[in-house]
Write a protein that binds this ligand. Structure first.
Ligand SMILES: O=C(O)CCC(=O)C(=O)O
Length: 264
């Protein structure tokens, strides 16, 4: 069975996330834009190694430090629909956690079903800590490794997936985006075709938790300095009120401004 789509509307996406743990918006970007981004990242993939363990996938390539390597997601990471849903799911303060391009290669096996928030030692049930989005840059199909998702599993407390657990396949045309909360079980699918499946996750986490990737080191300050202010904030140049994340007692934006003065 595959996933039913919702309209690109904050209320609709949030309602589906609350009910099912995920929401699919089809063709959020048009096919031309998806192809352009795909092409740009295909060049980056040429210098990207395959995974080092079962979780990353030995036939899967992952582009980490994404915002150091491409400008293709700058506007998407701060799109009003995305920020509107984030405001509702994570509240006033959140940041990027794991922005990663994921190319599942031919022959890859299905990734273990997992939740994105299980890296934080906080017992279930708890408030949502993480919101993830998977941007399809190829058509995602059951055969080529569409993301698998366990509907409603964000409400599980003790239950864990086993061999009888039913999964839905997030089959979607290129340009679509799948939203899913950090507490829902999901995983990359097996790729039984002879062509790769490429998508990118933009994963966000509450402002008071440590993000998976340390963007302040991963993305050079001279790159961050030229990005839009909201994106700078999402890359760690922000505080969670009243002062989590300060730098020398001040808002971290100050460190970028100070660096700019030193350069001029
Ligand atoms: O590639 C996918 O479809 C999902 C990947 C994933 O969930 C992960 O790597 O944490």
């Amino acid at each position: 069975m595959s996933v039913r789509a919702v309209k690109p509307d904050v209320d609709e996406v949030t309602a589906a996330l609350t009910e099912d743990g995920f929401a699919l918006v089809e063709r959020f970007i048009d096919a031309g834009r998806a192809a352009e981004v795909r092409k740009e990242l295909t060049d980056v993939l040429k210098n990207t190694p395959e995974g080092r363990n079962d979780f990353e996938g030995f036939s899967t390539r992952r582009i980490y430090a994404l915002f150091a390597k491409t400008r293709a997601f700058d506007d998407l990471a701060t799109h009003p629909l995305l920020l509107g849903v984030l405001d509702r799911v994570l509240g006033e303060s959140y940041q990027l956690s794991a922005p990663v391009g994921i190319e599942i290669g031919p022959g890859e096996k299905a990734q273990v079903l997992h939740t994105d928030d299980s890296i934080y030692p906080i017992p279930r049930p708890h408030q949502e800590l993480v919101l993830n989005t998977m941007w399809a840059l190829d058509d995602f199909t059951e055969a080529n490794g569409a993301t698998r998702i366990v509907p409603g599993s964000h409400k599980w407390v003790q239950q864990r997936p086993d061999e009888n657990t039913e999964t839905l396949m997030a089959e979607m045309p290129a340009g679509s985006v799948l939203f899913f909360v950090g507490s829902v079980f999901h995983g990359g699918g097996a790729n039984n075709t002879d062509t790769p499946r490429f998508g990118t996750i933009l994963e966000y986490v509450a402002g008071w938790l440590r993000p998976q990737e340390n963007h302040v080191i991963a993305v050079p300050p001279e790159v961050v300095r030229n990005l839009p202010k909201r994106l700078q904030e999402l890359l760690g140049y922000n505080i969670h009120p009243p002062f989590v994340g300060y730098v020398d007692g001040r808002h971290p934006r100050w460190s970028l401004e100070r660096g700019k003065e030193a350069e001029s």
